[in-house]
Write a protein that binds this ligand. Structure first.
Ligand SMILES: Cc1cc2nc3c(=O)[nH]c(=O)nc-3n(C[C@H](O)[C@H](O)[C@H](O)COP(=O)(O)OP(=O)(O)OC[C@H]3O[C@@H](n4cnc5c(N)ncnc54)[C@H](O)[C@@H]3O)c2cc1C
Length: 408
C-alpha cells in the first residue's frame, strides 16, 4: 500500500506537520521509534519565547559564559570530543554572534513566533485542545547587577516591557530572595504545558484520521529514480509519495549534512507551596534556568551540555541546577520531584533546518529547532505543509528562504 505522506518522528515538530497537512486534506502517517510519551518535546519548559529574546549566539556570549563558568553558575558544559563536526559547529556559533545576525534572527523569531502563537490559540479555541496556554508574559529575572542595568537601558519607554524592582519582582516570584537584582517582564511571551500539547495533539490527529505506527524505528531510506520511495524498519517497508524527517537530534537518516548538535538539558518537575508559586513563567536570565508554573506543579529546566551522548539523568547536573536555583530563592521543599533529561537539536545560529533535499525532491527536512522547538513547532508545520501542498521548490517558498538554516 502506497501512502501519501510519511512523517518519521512524532515529536512536537512531526505532530505539527501532521496537523497542518491533515487540515489541508492530506493523508498522513506518523512513524515513531517510541510511543510518543517521552521525547524532548515532553520534558521541556513549555516557554513560547519568541519575542524580545536574543538568540543563543549573541554578541558577547563567549565573555559572559566564561565569567559565569568562573562563578560556577554557567549552564554550559562542553565535553571534549574527537568528533570534528562539533568544532565546526562551535566555530559557526561564534561567527554568528554578531549584532547584524542577532537583529535578523530576532525579526524572524517575532514573525514565526506570532504565527505559532496564533496557531496554538486556534488549537485551543477552535479545535478544543486543552494546552494550558497562558499569555501572561515571560519574566526575565536578573541575578547580576551589570546585566540587569543593560537590560533596563534597552527596555525603557517600551510598551512591550515592564521593568520591575526587587519588591515588584517578588509579586510575580514570591519565592525569590533578596539576592536578585530585579526583572523585566516581556509581555508578549506565553507558555503552555508541553505534555498537554503532545497528548492533546496526538488524540486530535487520531480523530482526524492520521495513522500512527509506534515503537518502530526507521533504520533506512530507500531511493529509486532520484526519489525516496520507501522507509524501512526491521520488520517492514513503507512506501510513500513524500517523506518528512522530523527526528529531532537524531540525524543518521539524513542524506545531507545537518549542522546541528545534541545539547543535553534537564528538567525537575515538583510540587511547591501554592503561595510561593510564580505567577507567570520566568527565566533566571544570567543562569539560563527557566521556571514554569503549571496547573498542579512547577517545572525548572536548565543546562546545555555539548558533546555528551549519555541519555541518563546525571545527578551531579541535577544538584548543580538545584544549588544555583536555591542561591536566589527562599528555602522550600520540592515535593515529589521528577527528574528528566533530553536533547535539543541545536543549530549554531538558532535557525531551523527546513526544506527539500536537493537530490531527492520528495524527502523533506524539519529539524534543528534547538531550544525553541515548542515555540515554533506550529509555524514549522505550516511552512512544511505549504511546501508540500503547493508543490514548491525550496526557492519558491519565501518562508524556507527566510527561516531555514540551509540557506544562511
Ligand atoms: C531542558 C529543555 C528545555 C527546553 N525548553 C524549551 C522551551 O521552554 N520552549 C521551547 O520552545 N523549546 C524548549 N526546548 C526545546 C524543545 O523541547 C525541542 O526543540 C523540541 O522538543 C524538538 O522537537 P522535535 O520534534 O524536533 O524533536 P523530538 O521531540 O526529539 O522528537 C523526535 C522524535 O523522533 C523520533 N525518532 C528519532 N529517530 C527516529 C527513527 N529513526 N525512527 C523513528 N522515530 C524516530 C523520536 O522517538 C522522537 O519521538 C527545551 C529542550 C530541553 C532539553
Amino acid at each position: 500500500m502506497k501512502r501519501d505522506i510519511i512523517i518519521v518522528g512524532g515529536g512536537a515538530v512531526g505532530l505539527m506537520c501532521a496537523y497542518a497537512l491533515v487540515k489541508q486534506g492530506r493523508d498522513v502517517t506518523v512513524i515513531d521509534e517510541g510511543d510518543i510519551t517521552n521525547s524532548t518535546s515532553f520534558g521541556n519548559a513549555g516557554l513560547l519565547s519568541a519575542f524580545d529574546k536574543s538568540p543563543l549566539s549573541y554578541p558577547g556570549v563567549v565573555g559572559e559564559t566564561l565569567k559565569l563558568m568562573l562563578k560556577g553558575e554557567s549552564p554550559l558544559t562542553f565535553h571534549p570530543t574527537l568528533d570534528l563536526k562539533i568544532y565546526r559547529w562551535l566555530l559557526k556559533f561564534v561567527q554568528s554572534a554578531s549584532e547584524e545576525r542577532m537583529k535578523k534572527s530576532m525579526a524572524l523569531f517575532e514573525k514565526y513566533g506570532q504565527l505559532a502563537l496564533d496557531l496554538y490559540t486556534q488549537m485551543q479555541t477552535e479545535d478544543g485542545m486543552d494546552l494550558d496556554l497562558q499569555k501572561k508574559g515571560l519574566l526575565m529575572v536578573y541575578t547580576q547587577e551589570e546585566t540587569f542595568k543593560q537590560k533596563v537601558k534597552k527596555s525603557q519607554n517600551e510598551e512591550r516591557f515592564e521593568i520591575l524592582d526587587v519588591a515588584q519582582t517578588k509579586h510575580y516570584l514570591p519565592c525569590a530572595n533578596d539576592r536578585i537584582q530585579g526583572s523585566v517582564l516581556l509581555k508578549k511571551n506565553a507558555h503552555i504545558d508541553p505534555r498537554c500539547v503532545m497528548l492533546e495533539m496526538k488524540a486530535f490527529l487520531e480523530k482526524s484520521g492520521v495513522h500512527f505506527i509506534l515503537n518502530e524505528k526507521i533504520e533506512d531510506l530507500i531511493f529509486e529514480n532520484g526519489d525516496i520511495r520507501y522507509v524501512k524498519s526491521k520488520e517492514q517497508l513503507y512506501e510513500a509519495n513524500t517523506v518528512i524527517l522530523s527526528t529531532g537530534y537524531q540525524i543518521k537518516l539524513a542524506r545531507k549534512e545537518l549542522m546541528l548538535t545534541p545539547a543535553k538539558g534537564y528538567s525537575i518537575t515538583f510540587e511547591m507551596p501554592e503561595i510561593l508559586k510564580p505567577k507567570t513563567s520566568l527565566l533566571f536570565a544570567d543562569m539560563f534556568i527557566a521556571m514554569t508554573p503549571r496547573r498542579n506543579d512547577v517545572r525548572i529546566t536548565s543546562k546545555l551540555e555539548i558533546g555528551s551522548n549519555n541519555k541518563e539523568v546525571v545527578q551531579k547536573q541535577i544538584n548543580s541546577i538545584k544549588e544555583n536555583f536555591k542561591r536566589y530563592t527562599l528555602p522550600f521543599e520540592m515535593k515529589n520531584p521528577v527528574e528528566w533529561c533530553g536533547f535539543r537539536p541545536l543549530t549554531p545560529n538558532d535557525m531551523p533546518l527546513l526544506g527539500r533535499d536537493e537530490k531527492y525532491r520528495n524527502l523533506i527536512y524539519a529539524n534543528g529547532l534547538g531550544w525553541l522547538g515548542i515555540t515554533f513547532a506550529p509555524a514549522i508545520g505550516e511552512i512544511i505543509a505549504n511546501l508540500i501542498t503547493k508543490e514548491q521548490a525550496n526557492g519558491d517558498s519565501d518562508d524556507i528562504m527566510a527561516f531555514s538554516g540551509f540557506f544562511q
